[in-house]
Structure formats: structure tokens, C-alpha cells
Design a protein around this ligand. Structure first.
Ligand code: PEP
Ligand code: MN
Length: 272
């Protein structure tokens, strides 16, 4: 018996549409989330937000809590970052999302954002999954870097079983033997996830390739395979970023990416 039922296609043949504010994930339109890896300052977030909004992104991303491999790396601005996010949301009218890394922070983080993100390192943080399950905030759940698709779906099941149906799965790739790609999204994995679950599935080309020069190709591939959205890192000066320098797009690169994505979306019968 699979360890999930509520998230399975058998439970619901029709795809679920999850709304973040008025933006739909899982409809005919491919929704774009964009913004910096981490919130570094109000100027940095506002500049990015204005650029991604103009280019057509629906939701601004940005992390205030950074679960880093090394304890010596930048850990995020924490609540100060959340306050910056709230200011930028007010100034731009954009919807906003951010990562929550600890069950004890769910209530606090929820006050500031339209959607919560659970990162790869916390896919099996069961107390965190249970806590967001008690909320009605949309949750963007990323797969762990060595998890199987069924394990990923079991983690989503915790949230639905807790009472929160608003889950968006994010395929961010897994560890492979190829050192030049950070965590590749396996070809076919997005299509297979969509067969197995009715939940919307988005793809993260930034953390999967780890390389800004591959974002266009990886994004096109994701949409062609049926992704309901993308989450893309954009920074005003990627070379100065406090995290993930190599993979963040400049605002100009993001602006030229969007029409490319619209072409692919149209080719597969969808819009952007
Ligand atoms: C992120 O999206 O900010 C992030 C840290 O990604 P992941 O959890 O997929 O590594
Ligand atoms: Mn990042």
C-alpha cells in the first residue's frame, strides 16, 4: 500500500488548483515565482521585486531564514528579513513567499507572507509538516535531494492529512553522479509526478542546475514537460549575492527569459 492517499490521483482525477492570493497554480496558466535567493536588504529586495513584476512574475520569492550546509555561511536576516518582505509587498503589490525552517516559526512567518516554502532539507521534518498542515496558508513543498517521488508525496500527505489542502509541489532535483549540475531534475520526473498526484507541480531550475547559463534551457524543458509553474532566482548583482551567486539571473536576463517561456507555454497549449 502506498503511504499516501489524499494526494494521489486516485483520490481526485481532476488537477487541483492552489491559489496564492489571486494567482492560480495548476490552471492552464504557468505561474512564475521569482526573486533573490536570500533577502539581503530593502534596496536589494525592492529593486528585484520591481524588475520581476515588470517582467510578469506573479509572486516574489526571498528567504529570511537560510538553512545552509555550513554554520559559517550567511544564515539570513530572520525577522528583520520578514519585515523587509512585508514592506516590499506593500510597495509593489506583489504576492510574496518565503521559507520556514522551524515549526516554532510557522505562526510568525505566516503573518508576513502569502505562501510558505518548505525547503529540500526539511522535506522530512515531520513536526514542521504537521504544523503547516494546521494552517490554511499555501505551502510550496520542495523534495529532498535524495528522496524518491513516493517519499515526496508522503511528505505532502502529512500536510493534507493535517487539514491543509493548499500544497504546491516543487521539483528541485536530486543528487546524481554529475558534479557539473547541482541537483538535476530527472527528465520525466515532473510528468510522472503529475500522473501520480492531482497537486500542482512547479520546477526550480535555479537550485537544480546551479548555473545561471542553464536557466533558459531548464525552464523551457520544465514547461514542455507539464510544470504548472517555475521558481527562479533573480538578484540585482548576482556576483555580490550572499548566497547562490552562480545561479541567480540578473533582472535583464529574467526579462528576456519571460517571452521565451511564453513561447514554450503556448506550444504546449498553455499560457503564462
Ligand atoms: C531555496 O529555494 O531558497 C532553497 C534553499 O532551495 P532548496 O531548499 O531546494 O535547496
Ligand atoms: Mn538559493
Amino acid at each position: 500500500m502506498p503511504g499516501f492517499k489524499l494526494v494521489g490521483r486516485e483520490a481526485r482525477q481532476k488537477g487541483t488548483v492552489v491559489k496564492v492570493g489571486n494567482t492560480e497554480f495548476g490552471s492552464n496558466k504557468v505561474a512564475i515565482i521569482a526573486g533573490p535567493c536570500a533577502i539581503e536588504s530593502e534596496e536589494q529586495l525592492l529593486e528585484t521585486a520591481l524588475a520581476v513584476k515588470e517582467a510578469g512574475a506573479a509572486v516574489l520569492r526571498g528567504s529570511a531564514y537560510k538553512p545552509r550546509s555550513s554554520p559559517y555561511s550567511f544564515q539570513g536576516l530572520e525577522e528583520e528579513g520578514l519585515k523587509i518582505m512585508a514592506k516590499v509587498k506593500k510597495k509593489t503589490g506583489l504576492l510574496v513567499e518565503t521559507e520556514v525552517i522551524d515549526a516554532r516559526d510557522v505562526a510568525l512567518v505566516s503573518k508576513y507572507v502569502d505562501a510558505l516554502r518548505i525547503g529540500a532539507r526539511n522535506m522530512q521534518n515531520f513536526s514542521l509538516l504537521r504544523e503547516v498542515g494546521k494552517s490554511q496558508k499555501p505551502v510550496i513543498l520542495k523534495n529532498g535531494i535524495s528522496s524518491t517521488l513516493d517519499e515526496f508525496l508522503c511528505s505532502a500527505e502529512y500536510i493534507l492529512a493535517g487539514g491543509n489542502k493548499n500544497v504546491i509541489l516543487c521539483n528541485r532535483g536530486i543528487r546524481t553522479t554529475e558534479p557539473e549540475l547541482r541537483f538535476p531534475v530527472l527528465s520525466g520526473s515532473t510528468a510522472l509526478l503529475k500522473q501520480k498526484t492531482h497537486l500542482p507541480v512547479i520546477v526550480d531550475p535555479s537550485h537544480s542546475t546551479g548555473n545561471s547559463s542553464l536557466i533558459v534551457a531548464a525552464s523551457r524543458a520544465a514547461i514542455a514537460e507539464g510544470a504548472d509553474g517555475l521558481i527562479i532566482e533573480v538578484h540585482p548583482s548576482p556576483e555580490k549575492a550572499l548566497s547562490d551567486k552562480r545561479q541567480q539571473l540578473t533582472p535583464g536576463q529574467f526579462k528576456s527569459l519571460m517571452p521565451e517561456l511564453e513561447r514554450v507555454a503556448k506550444a504546449v497549449g498553455r499560457g503564462l
